[in-house]
Design a protein around this ligand. Structure first.
Ligand code: ATP
Ligand code: MG
Length: 200
């Protein structure tokens, strides 16, 4: 079994996330892809705008009708209020897999370029294969700055054909000023945002 982990704040989930997830499942033949909203992201200074329960519900809507996609509560907020670390999630997932199963982390280029700031980068690269997806405004050529060993580099797979210039920051800005978000966010997610009065 080939299992993917795609973590993020998903505040809210948008068509960029959807394109990344679809391209990863198809290019790497993943059997399952977990979309994992993070309760508290250690590297983001500001808390998410939407509550964890809303972000998980919106991720579930993004997954609807998509083969292999699964919303996952693996990074629910911790009871002590602490941050959720990817390395902990990967080790937990690995513990639930059979030895022959393969684990892949899916990440956008911007997030991966900051890998040295994550908790235990070498452990992260040892724990899984990485699928790094192109994102407008970030060049995959700058990966050299991460100074990966040859063995680490062999576990990093680049997916260069995704080109969706959408960010959750821009979606939140548009919603706050009442601009329309068709073409940025799936209709189902937009319906949830409107019904729950989020981001206004
Ligand atoms: P924000 O603007 O709030 O940071 P975001 O759009 O970057 O939101 P995140 O939830 O921070 O979304 O990202 C989760 C993951 O999805 C990260 O690995 C990020 O790189 C990736 N990602 C998000 N949007 C895109 C996109 N348009 N193209 C490629 N990767 C993306
Ligand atoms: Mg981001």
């Amino acid at each position: 079994m080939r299992l993917g982990y795609f973590g993020g704040t998903f505040d809210p989930p948008h068509l960029g996330h959807l394109a990344v997830a679809r391209a990863s499942v198809s290019a790497f033949d993943l059997d399952r892809l977990l979309l994992v909203p993070t309760g508290r992201q250690p590297l983001k200074e500001d808390a998410p705008c939407a509550a964890y329960s809303d972000r998980l519900a919106m991720v579930a809507l993004l997954c609807e009708g998509e083969g292999g996609f699964e919303p996952s509560a693996q990074e629910a907020p911790l009871t002590d209020g602490g941050a959720n670390y990817t390395i902990d999630t990967l080790r937990r997932l690995r513990g639930q897999l059979a030895p022959e199963d393969e684990l892949f982390v899916v990440t956008g280029a911007d997030a991966f370029l900051g890998l040295r700031r994550w908790h235990d980068p070498d452990g992260l690269l040892a724990e899984a294969e990485w699928i790094v997806v192109s994102r407008p405004g970030f060049t995959l050529e700058s990966l050299a700055a991460l100074q990966l060993s040859e063995q680490q580099r062999s576990r990093v797979h680049l997916l260069r054909d995704v080109d969706v210039p959408v960010s959750a920051t821009e979606v939140r800005r548009r919603l706050a000023v009442g601009e329309d978000c068709i073409g940025f966010v799936p209709r189902s997610v937009l319906g949830y945002i409107e019904a729950h009065g989020l981001y206004c």
